[in-house]
Design a protein around this ligand. Structure first.
Ligand SMILES: [Zn+2]
Length: 150
């Protein structure tokens, strides 16, 4: 199980190697995604709180990256944080997510990205539920819920 210490270690010393890489040009992403998906995942945008379609959904399934379809989270690690964004306590797999120090807007935060295609997903905070204590705060627009649990 990942803890905040692991997250900081990844963001400072480098992330785990992904199973595969997907790289596309900005124009290719633009053609594939909706304008809102593009703004959030490729330009590090944030959707308005409580606006996301996946915010209050707890159906069983996997949450896949909207850009490259890699599985990022699943419904067993989703929890209701009350923040207005889908929240998770762990990644589906240790190397699914990439962590990067983010000092934008005068804050020191840890940005969460898809480790396969570098899509911006959201941020992670050390105030989640036990036992991991992690809260992945993720934009709905960056994920697709795949209801078939493989
Ligand atoms: Zn991706």
């Amino acid at each position: 199980m990942l803890t905040w210490k692991d997250v900081i270690n990844f963001s400072v010393n480098g992330n785990p190697t992904p199973d595969r890489r997907v790289e596309k040009t900005e124009d290719e992403w633009k053609a594939q995604l909706t304008p809102e998906q593009f703004r959030i995942t490729r330009q590090k945008g944030t959707e308005r709180a409580h606006s996301g379609a996946l915010c209050s959904i707890y159906d069983e399934g996997k949450y896949n990256c909207v850009c490259c379809t890699t599985a990022l989270f699943d419904s067993t690690i989703k929890f209701s944080s009350g923040t207005g964004w889908p929240s998770f306590t762990q990644p589906i797999k240790e190397n699914a997510i990439k962590y990067q120090r983010d000092t934008s807007y005068g804050m020191v935060r840890v940005e969460v990205m898809c480790n396969t295609c570098d899509a911006h997903l959201g941020h992670i905070f050390p105030d989640g539920p036990e036992p991991s204590g992690l809260r992945y705060c993720i934009n709905s627009e960056s994920m697709i819920l795949d209801k078939e649990m493989a």
